[in-house]
Unconditional design. Structure first.
Length: 157
């Protein structure tokens, strides 16, 4: 089963699988996703993979946000270390370009960064390099099974 099929089955349990949008073009980066969706890059909910002492985690942040290393270390007790591209699929359950907070591997903790709270809706990927879904922050909480809201990104201008 492909990862988008895995995500589609996961979101079907919530009755929202029909809201997944698939594109004829790549949405593998923030810029490409914003272009495919016709929205601002900041509204893309990018899922960043990290390795911590407690295992792999995802931090979902706004497309224009950057990790603040001091905030990250204060929260997780370790430097922000991203896995190599070829490790992401094995650790998280989705390949680079389609990483999302849905249907991840068991034990992966999901954190939502407060940078997303600026928007009524955001667009996370859905397991492939050409998909997305529009969700409110409340829906993102519900469907991602997130662990907590955190503040680990640099302040917005």
């Amino acid at each position: 089963m492909s990862t988008i099929e895995k995500v589609r089955a996961y979101l079907k349990d919530f009755g929202i699988d029909g809201r997944i949008r698939e594109f004829d073009v790549s949405s593998a980066t923030v810029a490409l996703a914003a272009q495919a969706l016709g929205c601002e890059e900041c509204r893309i909910a990018k899922s960043l993979s990290f390795i911590t002492d407690d295992g792999p985690i995802l931090v979902v942040a706004s497309g224009d946000s950057r990790i603040d290393n001091k905030k990250f270390k204060a929260k997780f007790g370790t430097k922000a270390k991203m896995p190599h591209g070829d490790e992401v699929d094995e650790l998280i359950g989705h390949a680079v370009g389609g990483v999302c907070p849905f249907a991840v591997n068991r034990g992966v903790k999901i954190y939502l960064d407060i940078s997303l709270k600026r928007f009524d809706t955001v667009f996370p990927a859905c397991g492939s390099s050409n998909s997305a879904i529009e969700l409110t922050c409340g829906e993102l909480e519900k469907y991602s099974g997130y662990d907590e809201w955190i503040d680990v990104c640099k302040d917005q201008n």
